[in-house]
Design a protein around this ligand. Sequence first.
Ligand code: GLN
Length: 251
Amino acid sequence: MAADGPQNLRIGALYPDLLNIYADRGNLMVLARRCRWRGLECEITDVGLGEPLDPGRFDLLYLGGGQDADQRRCGEELAGEKGAALREASAAGKVILAVCGGYQLLGSSYVLDGESVAGARVLDLHTVREDGPRLIGNVAIEVDLPGAGGPRVLAGFENHGGRTVLGADQEPLGRVLRGYGNDGRSGFEGARTGNTIGTYLHGPLLPGNSWFADWLISTALGGLALAPLDDALEEEAHRAAQVAAGLTPGR
Ligand code: GLN
């Protein structure tokens, strides 16, 4: 087993069997590969239903997207001790990345069919399933993350029935350039508080946005400077995701 330490990225994957649509687990593979290609260790530990979450054991926590029914089962737990552990991790500056269904579960509630699925209350937001169509398609957003060297684009794919409304003081993750984002109206996509990030972007997200994978790794390791990699293929994937969303990226 790898020794604990700043060169060892410890990832906790929450509910990997329930929250993993659109191959969201691929995000974990990207994080692990990009660490290992640089000689950094990366351990991924699954934390499923009924398993306690010790926030001190991890540098980065991950939740993928999910179906409504599976979200219900996770929400029951996240409303209790596991949600408290997530809030503790967030307050301690750990990186948390949550995609779509996982993002919705970081809020206070997801209301659908007259029922309210509770969330972890890590981010100040709530989600409502409206009568309108699902919000589906390629999406591109502009984000301005601390230490990322200025505004950058994230591109991916969204498919959600829920509309997410941010609390008055909740920062979005970014601004919609193409697609729907949180609710198709506000112009906001995702939410961010410190190093806790929720987004609707699948793809999976990280293979097409490797710069963001590196931001997550570096931030989770306390701002560690990462050696550059040969990213020719990853840059092509990033370009293709932007083009699919209707942008014309520069070379
Ligand atoms: N079940 C949620 C919704 O439809 C999230 C879907 C997802 O993770 N893609 O809004």
